[in-house]
Design a protein around this ligand. Structure first.
Ligand SMILES: C[S@@+](CC[C@H](N)C(=O)[O-])C[C@H]1O[C@@H](n2cnc3c(N)ncnc32)[C@H](O)[C@@H]1O
Length: 220
């Protein structure tokens, strides 16, 4: 497998990727390889998100899976319980080198498992998932963050043979208090992008008990 690619520079995203890596490295140092260490409030909500994302996969037969923004590889624990009899060839990718190091330590005995540092999957897989990549925009202007989101969706589309899944925070009612560091949006904004820019079909999964939605995106 080739080394991790970085096309962030071509898209003018290198500094943004570096800021994201710093943010999540600090989370990991503060809370270890736990849901809090990847900025989730609990194991229950971390897994609830993953259950929605895995709806893009056909778990009745072996498949390959790219997990972009894999953190410490928590998805692998859920894969083992949901698909105990289905071999899943897994590649985790994360911008934060400390996350990848934690993931490699945790999953060193699992077969068909690789982790790389970067913002791009160096292979095409049957499916890709990306959980929680678009929520914390730090101090970035919305337009720049949406450039990052669009660039990431294009990459997921290009590296997924059968489809990919991503999640977003829902926009709240006008007047509701939201941290300016969070990116909140509406399904139609990104369903339209998937249809028009990617030429793909996007299905929205919601609600599932959180102020979030998941998009399942498949080639047309
Ligand atoms: C909210 S955490 C979620 C981790 C994991 N998906 C989970 O649910 O346990 C987001 C992770 O995505 C990584 N990340 C964010 N944007 C990324 C990108 N464009 N490419 C690769 N990793 C990214 C961060 O470093 C962080 O580890």
């Amino acid at each position: 497998m080739p080394g991790p690619e970085s096309a962030g520079d071509a898209a003018g995203l290198d500094d943004l990727h570096a800021a994201i890596a710093r943010y999540y490295t600090a989370c990991l140092h503060a809370h270890g390889a736990t849901p809090r260490g990847v900025d989730w409030e609990s194991l229950a909500t971390q897994q609830m998100r993953m259950v929605q994302l895995l709806k893009v996969c056909d778990g009745s037969q072996p498949f390959s899976l790219n997990d972009l923004g894999c953190g410490y590889g928590a998805l692998l624990a859920l894969l083992a319980t949901r698909y105990p009899a289905t071999p899943v060839d897994y590649l985790g990718v994360d911008l934060a080198a400390a996350m990848v190091a934690a993931a490699r330590r945790r999953w060193k005995k699992r077969p068909a498992t690789q982790f790389v540092v970067g913002s791009r999957s160096p292979r095409v897989a049957d499916y890709s998932v990306a959980s929680g990549l678009f929520n914390v925009k730090l101090d970035q202007p919305v337009a720049r963050w949406e450039h990052f989101v669009g660039h990431t969706l294009q990459h997921l589309h290009a590296t997924s043979r059968c489809g990919f899944a991503v999640n977003f925070l829902c926009r709240l009612a006008p007047g509701a208090e939201v941290s300016p560091a969070l990116y909140c949006t509406e399904p139609d904004r990104w369903i339209g992008f998937c249809q028009t820019t990617l030429g793909a079909r996007a299905e929205c999964v919601a609600p599932y008990g959180m102020r979030e939605f998941t998009l399942l995106v498949r080639p047309s």
